[in-house]
Each structure stands twice: as structure tokens, then as C-alpha cells.
Design a binder for this molecule. Structure first.
Ligand SMILES: CC(C)(COP(=O)(O)OP(=O)(O)OC[C@H]1O[C@@H](n2cnc3c(N)ncnc32)[C@H](O)[C@@H]1OP(=O)(O)O)[C@@H](O)C(=O)NCCC(=O)NCCS
Length: 189
């Protein structure tokens, strides 16, 4: 996959580098839902970045404007047997920096991802978005996405429970850790 793609205006979309991780995490955290589950500065983000970078089915993208990271998304290519062995492209963790929202950057990012999916022969592009994100639903529908499925998730660790992220991996528990019913956990993008 090409790692650098010139896009509309002064925005460039490229593969994320290790040095971008802080800016990406800051965007993930700068959001009502993300603020409850992210922990900027935690070393686990760099470990996760290394795993993403080493995986040819993953592409962590950033949008750069005037040398600053102002948007991100993760594109994953999922192999499968169904639909005659179709590849699916999955979009996750979409964020535009809060001071840049509403200016068309999100559209540029998603259209770029769809184009990458087409180039790689994917048969469809899929994503989930938290049921509470009504602005984002309108955004995706305008880009052609159809809410044809009901997304279901099962949280397996405390990171997705309503509240703040645990301080360390040893704090991570499951539904039996006394933390409350799984139904109260948040598991969406
Ligand atoms: C959703 C998001 C990626 C869209 O990017 P963007 O650059 O703001 O979007 P564009 O300018 O291309 O398109 C504008 C549309 O985005 C949506 N949007 C705008 N501001 C938004 C915000 N603060 N939060 C959510 N959606 C927003 C609206 O649907 C808007 O259309 P409208 O003007 O009719 O209300 C971006 O706003 C964002 O990061 N929001 C917060 C996190 C989020 O919801 N991420 C998606 C998780 S799946």
C-alpha cells in the first residue's frame, strides 16, 4: 500500500510513525467517550503501535496539515471465506482534531480509506460507531455508509467499562471482577 497520498488542499495522508503516537492518542482522548478510556503517555500505546506497524493487514493513517497531525484512522484488511473469499476493509478509531472538525477533513480521510480499500481489492468497507454518536452517524451516512447491521460487542476487559482506564494491566479484569454487569461497559469506536 502506498504510504503517502496527497489529498485535497494542504492535507496529506500518510502512514503513522512512532513519533506520531502521542498526537494520535491525544485525539483519541479528546472526545467524550475517549476521555473515559484513554490514558495519554501510557507505554502500552507504543507497544500497540509496533504491533500495528509490523502487521501487513494494518494501516494506521494520519492526516497532516502544515506539519501537524490533525486526523487519524486505522484501516484493517480482514480475510474471509464468505462472499467468495472477499476481503473486508474495516475502519476504526476515526478522529479529527477538535479544532479542525467540521471543515471537511473527516470526509477526506474516509474517502481516502475507501479508495485504499478499492485499490487493495476489498469487497466492502465496514465500521462501527457508538450508538450515541449521532453527528458521526450523519457523517458516515452522507459518505454512503448504510446502517444495515446491528453491532454487538462483548467487553473482555475493564478498559471499556464506563469510567477511567486502569493504571496498569494487572488492574484489567473481566465481568467476574466485581466491576458490575457487562451491559454497562462501553465497547464502541
Ligand atoms: C466524526 C469526525 C471524524 C468527522 O470529521 P469532520 O472533519 O468533523 O467532518 P466533516 O467536516 O468532513 O463533515 C462534517 C460532518 O461531520 C460530523 N461532525 C462535525 N463535527 C462533529 C463532532 N464534533 N463530532 C462528531 N461529528 C461531527 C457532522 O455530521 C458534520 O455534518 P453537519 O455539518 O451536517 O453536522 C470528527 O468530527 C470527529 O473526530 N468527531 C469526534 C469523534 C468521533 O465521533 N469519531 C467517530 C468515531 S466512529
Amino acid at each position: 500500500m502506498a504510504t503517502v497520498e496527497p489529498t485535497a488542499g494542504r492535507v496529506t495522508i500518510r502512514q503513522a510513525r512512532r513519533a506520531d503516537v502521542d498526537a494520535i492518542v491525544a485525539m483519541l482522548a479528546d472526545d467524550e467517550l475517549g476521555a473515559r478510556r484513554e490514558k495519554p503517555g501510557d507505554s502500552r500505546y507504543l507497544t500497540a503501535f509496533d504491533a500495528l506497524e509490523a502487521d501487513p493487514r494494518e494501516f494506521l493513517a494520519v492526516a497532516e496539515l502544515d506539519g501537524e497531525v490533525v486526523g487519524t484512522l486505522q484501516l484493517t484488511f480482514l480475510a474471509g471465506l464468505s462472499r467468495l473469499g472477499a476481503t473486508r476493509a474495516q475502519i476504526e478509531a476515526v478522529r479529527v482534531r477538535s479544532d479542525q472538525r467540521g471543515s471537511g477533513l473527516g470526509r477526506v480521510l474516509i474517502e481516502w480509506a475507501i479508495d485504499q480499500a478499492r485499490q487493495r481489492g476489498a469487497a466492502l468497507v465496514q465500521l462501527t460507531t457508538d450508538a450515541s454518536r449521532t453527528d458521526a452517524h450523519r457523517f458516515y451516512e452522507r459518505l454512503g455508509f448504510v446502517a444495515s447491521h446491528v453491532g454487538m460487542k462483548l467487553a473482555l476487559n475493564q478498559l471499556y467499562r464506563s469510567g477511567t482506564a486502569p493504571a496498569a494491566r494487572s488492574d484489567v479484569g473481566g465481568p467476574t471482577d466485581g466491576a458490575g454487569p457487562a451491559a454497562t461497559w462501553r465497547t464502541s469506536c
